[in-house]
Design a binder for this molecule. Sequence first.
Ligand SMILES: [Zn+2]
Length: 185
Amino acid sequence: MINNYFVVRSSGVHGKGAFARKNIRKGTRLVEYIGENISAEESDRRYDDTGVKNHHTFLFSVDKRKVIDATFGGNESRFINHSCDPNCDAIIEKRRVYIEANRTIRKGEELAYDYNYERTPKTTNADERMYKCLCGSPECRGTIVSAKVTMPKKKAAKKAKSKKKVAGKNKRTKAKTKKKAGRGR
Ligand SMILES: [Zn+2]
């Protein structure tokens, strides 16, 4: 697994991390987040039981239907850690995910993007604690769970319909969720 822009090695705080091999210009596409493409239901089947105790999964939820499970067929992108004040963004394009530098990154810096785990009305303080953030940035919100609440699928769809608002799909959208944090309890 060789990437032109970064190397994966152990990161003091959180296991492995990805570190810039050289100075990287803002906007540079560093890697595609790949893996097995599965449905949201399948990802729940795979990880719901053990997920509560172990959130060390490599899931990226692209949209309501598509989840990438980098445990299978994933590349080095799965070692890029979370930060609340990240130097990379996860960009979704045509339902594929790319990690791009959102500012100039210096050689040796650790790469990170905001995982923004989905927060639903069911997300609890315990969920927040389970996904405690250790990014250490002054902007740290204390948890990897997103600050914003995502409404459950059906209600959100209904709401959108009643307002006659069509969710305009941007060609380039920032990833909103890496994976689900709410475990439907
Ligand atoms: Zn943080």
